[in-house]
Design a protein around this ligand. Structure first.
Ligand code: DOR
Ligand code: ZN
Length: 345
């Protein structure tokens, strides 16, 4: 018996598209299945101003192959010099959908991020007033805090105090990786929502470290122990609208992953929908995939769900490529470690 599943076309609420040759190669991988994406601004140099966001949006649209449709939703990289008026104007005229907070030093190209939250309070206050969401990379950078604890500590030290100070600010905890973050979203009334990546539903920290170090499973926040992965799977498939898909698909060319100091990022744009269907089926909750991938995100961002639909069909294993070739070099596609039987028609 063929199994099929039809759902509203999904969106990706956290995506790295990069620029230039890399952008050209990875954009079709996302646009093939997804209608829209929240595009991350951690380029070099970062996308800080409304003008930079609009220029980057135009480069993305120019890189889109003919016949494909895709709407990039732009974000502004928050710095301690960000001008609140530029941010509010960018939101008002549609140049930017959200602002991204990177604690300085937390991840790839975050050096221009925020060291002192006090310095960006005028921007955050303006955002709360106009209802512009803040997407947060929720990890402390204190060298004394173990890398596996950095998300949980961020909630206590940064997020909860910020929420008390500015309860009206719409916050997205990006790529949550811990049961603490899941519990925080669940218990905080009218509090933050969270995106969950594809790869954090599949791997735990053993996948990175047991039997040899596997650079293509290294990302930030780093995958945690198994109990956290199980909490994420439960949250993603729970039907709770506060959790939705943000793949954090983050391409790096192989030489920059497979070296003595490899970059963080898993490239999942190519096979995300197949992997998600597998996970939701395993959890006995295929009927909730549409909420997670297609409905909860737009509801939070105040946008309509996509009108068209995609159909997933279960059959013989799908032959996804191990790598995609880009003008910048090869990029390894995330390997879930098992065959994928769901393909998008
Ligand atoms: O794994 C990651 N890769 N995490 C991030 O926060 C950034 C991203 C990237 O830009 O490569
Ligand atoms: Zn990211």
């Amino acid at each position: 018996m063929t199994q099929t599943l039809t759902l509203r076309r999904p969106d990706d609420w956290h995506l790295h598209l990069r620029d230039g040759a890399m952008l050209e190669a990875v954009l079709p991988e996302t646009a093939r299945h997804f209608a829209r994406a929240i595009v991350m601004p951690n380029l070099v140099p970062p996308v800080v101003t409304a003008k930079q966001a609009n220029d980057y949006r135009e480069r993305i649209l120019k890189a889109l192959p003919k016949g494909m449709s895709f709407t990039p939703l732009m974000t502004l990289y928050l710095t301690e010099a960000t001008d609140p008026e530029d941010v509010t104007a960018a939101f008002a005229n549609g140049f930017a959908t959200a602002v991204k907070l990177y604690p300085a030093g937390a991840t790839t190209n975050s050096a221009s991020g925020v060291r002192d939250l006090d310095k960006v309070m005028p921007v955050l206050e303006a955002m709360a007033e106009i209802g512009m969401p803040l997407c947060v990379h929720g990890e402390v950078t204190d060298p004394a805090v173990d890398i596996f604890d950095r998300e949980a500590v961020f909630i206590d030290r940064v997020l909860e105090p910020l929420r008390r100070r500015l309860p009206g600010l719409k916050v997205v905890m990006e790529h949550v990786t811990t049961q603490e973050a899941v519990a925080y979203v669940r218990t905080a009334d009218s509090g933050p929502v969270a995106t969950i990546t594809t790869h954090h539903l599949i791997i735990n920290r053993n996948h990175i470290l047991v039997g040899g170090i596997r650079p293509h499973y290294y990302c930030l926040p780093v995958a945690k122990r198994e109990l956290h992965r199980l909490a994420l799977r439960e949250a993603a498939t729970s039907g709770d609208a506060r959790f939705f898909l943000g793949t954090d698909s983050a391409p790096h060319v192989d030489p920059l992953k497979e070296c003595a100091c490899g970059c963080a990022g898993c490239f999942t744009a190519t096979n995300t929908m197949s992997i998600l269907a597998h996970v939701f089926e395993e959890m006995g909750r295929l009927d909730r995939l549409e909420g997670f991938a297609s409905l909860n995100g737009p509801a939070f961002y105040g946008l309509p769900a996509n009108a068209d639909r995609i159909t997933l069909v279960k059959g013989a294993p799908v032959p996804y490529p191990a790598k995609i070739e880009t003008g910048a070099g090869p990029v390894t596609v995330f390997d879930p470690g098992f065959p994928l039987h769901w393909h998008i028609e």
